[in-house]
Write a protein that binds this ligand. Structure first.
Ligand SMILES: *[C@@H]1O[C@H](CO)[C@@H](O)[C@H](O)[C@H]1NC(C)=O
Ligand SMILES: *[C@@H]1O[C@H](CO)[C@@H](O)[C@H](O)[C@H]1NC(C)=O
Ligand SMILES: *[C@@H]1O[C@H](CO)[C@@H](O)[C@H](O)[C@H]1NC(C)=O
Ligand SMILES: *[C@@H]1O[C@H](CO)[C@@H](O)[C@H](O)[C@H]1NC(C)=O
Ligand SMILES: *[C@@H]1O[C@H](CO)[C@@H](O)[C@H](O)[C@H]1NC(C)=O
Ligand SMILES: *[C@@H]1O[C@H](CO)[C@@H](O)[C@H](O)[C@H]1NC(C)=O
Length: 437
């Protein structure tokens, strides 16, 4: 099984809705740059604003508990009135003539299949955009500021190759200041640890594409992309047993759930997705996706000594157009779309809603135990980046790979770099909270 090429099998089954040409009304607000008074608390962190974590769907903002004004209102005292909030996840992509901030020659950490320039991607415009929230300016990612924020800390990335894609973007963005040394515990490529000596900062990757205990039952299966057994109520201790000491844990999952799967609960088969077995009910992707997050969050909430913050990095949609992933579908756009030109819907919407709902439940349980949960809501920003994928430039033309046109991962440098700007803003807020407490 290639961990590289997750194959969105379901694309075969569901009609892919065109992302473009659907409109929804939205009145974008342009507010002035908001400088929060919190910055006086820092010497090394020049700019900070409180982050209102709501989704662009605005499900029920009273439940989020992520707004610094709400969650620390009592501690904030006099600061309370002066802090404004900005939802950094609602916005538009705007030109950034300064980008990119690294290249495939300055950064060695780009995974081959995301090194789009190496494989001859002809256009470079996709690298030259930055995310601008509707209500504030997103500060540029300064590596030294990131390092100061995470000095003496550790971050774990738990998920699939898109999580690794995110981690490699971070390593490349930081590479202007320092490279890490490989501090991996063993030689397993799926579990890497990187250590930045100057800052006593550790990054770790934990491979867990389904977040729960899973096994490949058949490397072919009905769609020839593997058939996986998922134990939806069982922790994947490859990561759950390892993360207790981490300060920040970033959880994500996505495209592996589009492969055929058989679902187990309490050790018994309860259903499947596209397993093509007459005696097993097809419960669909979302059944498993929701329960996988439930179980992952339950594992974290069960850790006695966990003092860290858990981030849900939300689903990043794929962008196959003109056909299904295995029927000539491709992503050949060279520009982002505007928020009013696209809409989250169909399976993307269902998966997003599931993870958000499970997150809210976990957050409520966690709060009683002193566990912190936050959302890095990348879904809308990435929905607007059909131009950011490798397409056919993730390998040489003659290479026979499963996902020939890769519209799932993200070229580096590219729009996934913005995830680390989100991360930095959120980490600054976390540090701000602990200072204020
Ligand atoms: C939001 O959640 C609160 C608490 O569960 C509930 O009382 C309120 O009715 C909800 N609001 C909406 C708009 O769903
Ligand atoms: C970097 O990209 C260039 C094309 O811009 C390519 O010629 C070169 O082989 C790539 N280098 C590496 C190390 O990937
Ligand atoms: C490095 O950070 C760890 C926590 O991640 C801490 O226990 C340790 O004391 C730090 N070491 C130094 C030399 O600061
Ligand atoms: C379904 O039927 C197959 C044989 O056709 C059998 O091997 C399998 O155990 C059955 N599964 C369940 C859940 O009954
Ligand atoms: C979308 O918004 C842009 C401005 O951001 C505007 O120029 C364009 O006309 C809008 N398109 C639609 C279909 O509303
Ligand atoms: C590519 O690989 C698949 C299976 O791995 C095989 O069926 C197919 O014939 C191969 N195509 C080419 C052009 O080699």
């Amino acid at each position: 099984m290639s961990q590289e090429l997750q194959t969105p099998t379901a694309m075969k089954l569901q009609s892919l809705e065109t992302l473009i040409g659907k409109y929804f009304s939205k009145a974008p607000k342009r507010a002035a740059l908001l400088l929060s008074s919190i910055l006086i608390l820092f010497t090394v962190i020049p700019l900070s604003f409180s982050i209102k974590i709501s989704s662009f769907l605005l499900i029920n903002s009273s439940l989020w508990g992520n707004n610094i004004r709400d969650s620390t209102a009592n501690d904030l005292g006099a600061f309370k009135e002066t802090i404004r909030s900005c939802d950094i996840f609602r916005g538009e992509w705007v030109p950034d003539p300064k980008a990119p901030y690294y290249t495939n020659t300055t950064c060695w950490a780009i995974h081959d299949h995301q090194n789009c320039m190496k494989y001859g991607r002809p256009d470079t415009g996709f690298m030259k955009w930055k995310w601008r929230p509707d209500e504030c300016e997103m500060p540029e990612f300064h590596p030294s500021e990131f390092f100061e924020t995470v000095r003496g800390k550790s971050i774990a990335f738990v998920g699939d190759s898109v999580a690794r894609n995110h981690m490699q973007s971070l390593i490349c963005l930081l590479s202007r200041v320092e490279y890490p040394v490989d501090a991996s515990i063993d030689s397993d490529e799926r579990f890497r640890r990187w250590f930045y000596a100057t800052y006593n900062f550790t990054i770790a990757a934990f491979w867990s594409p389904y977040l729960v205990k899973s096994m490949e039952a058949d490397h072919l299966g009905p769609a020839l992309t593997g058939l996986f057994d998922l134990h939806l109520d069982t922790f994947d201790d490859d990561w759950t047993a390892q993360i207790e000491g981490f300060d920040y844990v970033i959880i994500s999952a996505g495209h592996w759930f589009f492969r055929p799967m058989v679902f187990y609960e309490q050790g018994k088969v309860v259903g499947c997705y596209y397993c093509k077995q007459k005696n097993i009910t097809d419960l669909g992707i979302n059944y498993a996706y929701r329960r996988a997050f439930r179980t992952a969050f339950k594992a974290i909430n069960g850790l006695q000594n966990f003092k860290g913050t858990t981030f849900l990095r939300t689903f990043a949609p794929a962008h196959f157009e003109g056909g299904l992933w295995n029927q000539g579908g491709n992503c050949i756009r060279t520009k982002p779309v505007k928020s009013n030109e696209t809409k989250l819907e169909g399976m993307n919407m269902e998966l997003y809603m599931s993870q958000i709902e499970e997150f809210r439940d976990a957050e409520r349980v966690g709060r009683e135990r002193g566990h912190k949960f936050r959302v890095i809501d990348t879904t809308q920003a990435m929905l607007m980046r059909p131009d950011g994928h490798p397409s056919r430039f993730g390998h040489w033309p003659h290479e026979n790979v499963t996902l020939y046109n890769d519209c799932v991962h993200w070229c580096l440098p590219g729009p996934i770099d913005s995830w680390n700007s989100f991360l930095l803003e959120m980490l600054k807020t976390e540090v701000g909270r602990s200072v204020l407490r």
